[in-house]
Design a protein around this ligand. Structure first.
Ligand SMILES: [Zn+2]
Length: 249
């Protein structure tokens, strides 16, 4: 990923998506905000125990740094629900694990602390989406559901989609000691050693099987538990949330 800075915020960007004029996107780190202690410093999560005033300031700083008119996010529940943002909503929407829009200026924010955010973009058509995919999302094939939603709602052909898989729990750290009950049998082919599974490859394959060309999918390859610049629930327990945002210009 590209390492860039907007105002005082260090941001990461997918190489292919960063070259698209109509797209605006970024992955935050834990740096550049005002939260303290376990939430230092750019915590975007409102329900993990941090001071709400600090979180609001961090969210506003992110919105301003990206030049967005508004930011929207949902209460993420590890399901497969998606919301289309086509009015003037701002802030917290309903319960969902995917957001989509064809409106410029609205940033779709997925909050994370080891789960994947998967950005989907059809730049020529002017449609973007952002999906929250933890292991439960992999089990429910949220990647396919996201692609189908863009097809149904906006007439997007999966072949025109570009995708970015954000920093998240890597194969080095995705240990599932209860995989026999938690993961389906056909995920065993993604078992690498011990009880470690490659969730990145699962998402990559699910996107490809849904029709997204492999050459148009970029994987960050950064593990949130290993790389200290992100909030990681597996590493820290009590911690904040970083985020991935995508918008149309
Ligand atoms: Zn790791």
């Amino acid at each position: 990923m590209l390492r860039q800075q907007e105002n005082n915020l260090p941001l990461l960007r997918f190489v292919a998506l960063a070259g698209m004029d109509r797209l605006n996107h970024a992955v935050t780190t834990r740096h550049g905000g005002v939260s303290q202690g376990a939430f230092a410093s750019l915590n975007l999560g409102q329900s993990c125990g941090d001071d709400p005033t600090a979180v609001a300031a961090n969210l506003e700083s992110l919105r301003e740094s990206l030049g967005l008119t508004r930011l929207v996010w949902a209460r993420q529940v590890h399901g497969t629900g998606l919301l289309a943002v086509d009015g003037h909503e701002a802030g917290l929407l309903g319960e969902a694990d995917g957001l989509a829009t064809d409106q410029p200026g609205v940033g779709l924010l997925i909050k994370q602390a080891d789960c994947q955010a998967v950005v989907l973009a059809a730049p020529a058509r002017g449609v973007v989406a952002n999906l929250h995919i933890g292991w439960r999302g992999n089990v429910q094939n949220m990647a396919r559901r996201g692609v189908e939603f863009l097809q149904e709602r906006y007439g997007v052909d999966p072949g025109e989609l570009w995708a970015g898989i954000s920093p998240s729990l890597g194969p080095c750290c995705a240990e599932f000691v209860n995989h026999a009950t938690e993961l389906p049998q056909d995920f065993l082919r993604y078992r690498l050693w011990g009880d470690n599974f490659d969730l990145w490859q699962i998402t990559m394959d699910q996107l490809c099987e849904a029709g997204v060309p492999m050459a148009q999918i970029e994987m960050s390859g950064m593990c949130t538990r290993c790389a200290g610049q992100f909030f990681s629930y597996r590493r820290e327990g009590v911690t904040g949330r970083f985020g991935t945002v995508v918008a149309l210009r």
